[in-house]
Design a protein around this ligand. Structure first.
Ligand SMILES: NC(=O)c1ccc[n+]([C@@H]2O[C@H](COP(=O)([O-])OP(=O)(O)OC[C@H]3O[C@@H](n4cnc5c(N)ncnc54)[C@H](O)[C@@H]3O)[C@@H](O)[C@H]2O)c1
Length: 356
């Protein structure tokens, strides 16, 4: 493809901001030709924030896919909608980028993969951790042998609760904090281990009145999983909605010759004390007064900007994304999430039958 990739973004809320920041930072590769959201004021806000012009605006995602001449549909809609929108976009001959989780059920996820295959189009899975510069540097450090042979990992994404009204309901979201937040550390570790996990055991708070804090939420607000990989390493994965003070994105590696701690959210070089407070510090921080570590270029450092560039280069070159970012990787991550829910529900160890 020697022209720019033409993008239709469906959904104009939080995730759309993350993606649009990526598109406007690679103007030589991509152009946003359409934006759709059932709340038109959100489209306007998004377009104004990023100075977007010459885009078609729709309230209805189907109308948008029918009418906007684009190469790729970028799905920034609630989890339960990923399936229908992706399948429709494939039927109309578009590539698809979708936010995490790939879908709310494995059946939906499989249908998305099949629809891509049938249409001869590609499904790209937006996992930003795989482009976070600090995590890429950490992997380089492991690769050069600086901490010896990795033995054990700890990875977590935690904050005080989702901003999305859809996150309250299992039918809309597919679960609680593990599917919504845990999918980041899961996908990251699966990409490192080429999806070769062998067994896992998990606990969750269970949802509703069993939750620690969010008693109205159908999905769990606390969860943890121990997982083993085929190469003999293991990991502790945590996700919860009971963490105050801002989003924690943490990755730790313990090796035969050393260890490494990576903190994606609170590792800013700026340490500020403010009595009136700042307009913003880090994602989900409740207050900004007193001492804080305001993020520097958060959307870049969490990986969103480079993730979008990667997808644009893949579409331009008619290539699959790298491991961790293909539709099949989103499916594998969802399989692990579902295995975690089974383990927690039934109190059993879940073995990956495909690797037996
Ligand atoms: N990668 C990340 O770090 C990250 C962060 C946040 C959200 N997400 C994912 O992004 C997706 C979107 O989440 P969000 O937090 O942006 O917002 P959200 O779930 O609150 O809703 C997204 C937007 O979809 C619109 N919408 C809902 N139904 C619609 C319909 N039928 N037609 C048109 N528009 C409709 C809403 O008006 C809203 O503006 C989710 O899958 C979520 O898991 C990913």
């Amino acid at each position: 493809m020697d022209k720019k990739v033409r993008v239709l973004v469906v959904g104009a809320a939080f995730a759309a901001n993350l993606h649009v920041e990526g598109y406007v930072r690679c103007p030589e590769l991509a152009t946003i030709v359409g934006l759709a959201d059932k709340r038109p004021e959100r489209v306007k806000e998004l377009a104004d924030r990023y100075g977007l012009k010459d885009y078609a605006q729709y309230d209805d995602w189907k109308d948008a896919i029918d009418n906007v001449d684009c190469d790729v549909v970028d799905i920034c809609l609630p989890n339960f909608m990923h399936h229908d929108v992706a399948v429709y976009a494939f039927q109309k001959g578009r590539h698809v980028i979708t936010e995490k989780p790939l879908a709310t059920t494995l059946e939906d996820a499989r249908e998305m993969l099949q629809a891509a295959e049938k249409a001869g189009k590609r499904l790209y899975y937006a996992e930003d951790w795989l482009f976070a510069p600090a995590l890429l540097k950490a992997l380089d450090i492991v690769k050069e042998g600086a901490i010896g042979k990795p033995l054990y990992y700890r990875a977590r994404e935690c904050h005080s609760g989702s901003h999305s009204p859809f996150a309250q309901t299992i039918a809309f979201c597919g679960g609680g904090c593990m599917i919504h937040l845990g999918c980041h550390p899961i996908s990251f570790l699966l990409a490192l281990k080429e999806n070769k996990w062998t067994e896992l055991m998990a606990m969750t708070s269970g949802g509703k009145e069993n939750n620690l804090v969010h008693k109205q939420m159908e999905g769990e607000d606390w969860s943890a999983c121990l997982i083993k990989f085929q190469d003999g390493t293991s990991a502790l994965i945590e996700a919860n909605y009971v963490t105050k003070g801002g989003m924690e994105d943490v990755f730790e590696v313990y090796g035969t010759e050393g260890c490494m701690h990576v903190d994606l959210s609170f590792s800013s070089p700026i340490n500020v004390f403010s009595i009136p407070g700042l307009s913003y510090t880090v994602e989900k921080a409740e207050i900004t007064t007193g001492w804080s570590r305001p993020a520097v270029d958060e959307k870049f450092n969490l990986g969103y900007v480079s993730e979008i560039r990667h997808f644009m280069e893949c579409i331009r070159d008619n290539k699959d994304a790298k491991i961790g970012l293909r539709g099949i990787d989103g499916y594998e991550a969802l399989k692990v999430v579902q295995a975690i829910y089974k383990s927690a529900r039934e109190g059993v160890k879940v073995v990956n039958e495909e690797l037996k």
